[in-house]
Design a protein around this ligand. Structure first.
Ligand code: ARG
Length: 418
């Protein structure tokens, strides 16, 4: 047993984190344990990743399939909350960070480590999320961010790797920085850094170009129980499979492309392209079900709180008291969010074509404009409006009308009976 300090590094197998394994040993004198979380991103083979970690010098390599917990504990609650950052970003990357931090902390305790480490740079939100989530779960652990601390660009990292016999993952150099898990792909850098430039088609990997996708599109029925999607076209599916299935159906119909200039927590505006076919469809469907399942006041307040949820997730505050409190509110609202939504994906657009809830608040007898079968009390409307408008009438009588327009003189034709 060595007496060296020990660190658990969130390891993707890419250049940054491979160099970080060695850097943590050489420069910081740590024994390095790696942790790789499979959250359904692209091309993750557990054996290949742990081989690379061990060959690079890690003393142990953990690979965890965390897809189910990710979807059930992070993604679906955020879907039920209706949370999209700045009304656009379904938060795939942001939601993954607290879970990875939790896994790092668990492994750190198991392995008796003194610190955890991640490969984030000093310009993004992700460093904040890892650092803050770790602080919330294990304030005694040190957090090390080699990529933020070292002064190397890609060429220097490659040189460092060569000098230390680290086999550099042979990925063709791409101008983009990509992060992916099953809730979405996040792409930045390269030509995207000019917000006036249309994203080149090569940016997209999960979605067909809307103009070349099947003009007929595809229609499906998604069932929700208490706000959680449980089946597609009557077929029950596991949480992660449901998301994967929708990524493929919606993606081949060009649904799920999001091009957004967003406000980072660290004060920078940044142009991001997201692909999130399942997220786009599920948010649209869930919103539609809520239109018939929630009372007006609950729906309206929930919309405001959705923004708070989105911001706290974006800011890395998942393990804070506000999220727990909001989760209790959201849970209470989802009691009757059970029913089906008919959804059409076609040429880049998702359209809700039908919705029904088991305990729907939509009443045909109240809504209909047909006299026959109408149960709405028309006479009661008069009294209701009398009282509803009472304070305005009083105000106008006593203090004068608050009119900001002069009498309007608009082009007009008048004819009188002769
Ligand atoms: N802007 C997004 C966020 O802060 C995504 C960042 C993803 N990182 C990347 N390498 N593309 O959550």
């Amino acid at each position: 047993m060595s007496a060296r300090r020990r660190v658990v590094l969130a390891y993707s197998g890419g250049l940054d984190t491979s160099v970080a394994v060695r850097w943590l040993q050489e420069e910081m004198d740590f024994d390095v344990v790696t942790l790789t979380a499979d959250l359904g991103g692209e091309g993750r083979d557990a054996a290949t990743i742990s081989d690379r970690a061990l060959r690079t010098g890690a003393i142990a390599a953990h690979v965890v399939d965390a897809r189910r917990v990710f979807v059930e504990n992070f993604v679906f609650p955020t879907l039920a909350a209706g949370a999209l950052y700045e009304g656009a970003y379904p938060l795939a990357t942001a939601l993954a960070r607290p879970l990875i931090a939790k896994l790092l902390v668990d492994v750190a305790r198991e392995e008796g480590a003194d610190a955890v480490a991640h490969g984030c740079t000093g310009k993004g939100n992700d460093q904040v999320r890892f650092d803050v989530a770790t602080a919330a779960l294990a304030p005694e652990l040190e957090v090390v961010a080699p990529v933020r601390d070292w002064d190397m660009g890609r060429p220097q990292e490659i040189a460092y790797a060569n000098a230390h016999g680290i086999d550099v993952p042979v990925t063709a150099e791409s101008p983009y920085s990509v992060d992916a898990n099953l809730w979405g792909r996040s792409v930045e850098c390269g030509p995207l850094e000019d917000p006036w430039t249309e994203p080149p088609e090569e940016v997209y990997e999960w979605t067909a170009h809307p103009a070349t996708s099947d003009p007929k599109g595809e229609e499906l029925i998604i069932r929700f129980e208490h706000g959680e999607p449980v089946s597609i076209d009557g077929q029950a599916v596991l949480a992660e499979d449901l998301v994967l299935r929708l990524n493929s159906i919606a993606g081949r119909n060009g649904v799920g492309r999001i091009d957004h200039v967003e406000n980072r927590l660290v004060g920078i505006k940044s142009r991001e392209v997201y692909e999130a076919p399942a997220a786009v469809v599920l948010h649209a469907a869930h919103d539609a079900l809520e239109t018939v399942a929630l009372p007006r006041d609950v729906a309206h307040l929930k919309r405001q709180l959705a923004n708070e949820w989105a911001r706290l997730v974006y800011d890395g505050l998942w393990f804070g008291a506000l999220r727990t409190a909001l989760a209790a509110f959201v849970l209470a609202t989802q009691q009757h969010v059970t029913g089906e939504v008919r959804v059409r994906c076609r040429r880049g657009t998702v359209t809700i074509v039908g919705r029904r809830a088991q305990q729907s608040l939509y009443s045909n007898a109240l809504a209909t404009y047909d006299r026959a079968g109408d149960t709405f009390d028309h006479a009661a409307a008069r009294g209701f409006i009398e009282l509803f408008g009472l304070s305005l009438r009083t105000q106008a009588r006593v203090q004068g009308a608050l009119e900001d327009l002069q009498p309007l003189s608009l082009p007009r034709q008048v004819r009188r009976a002769s």
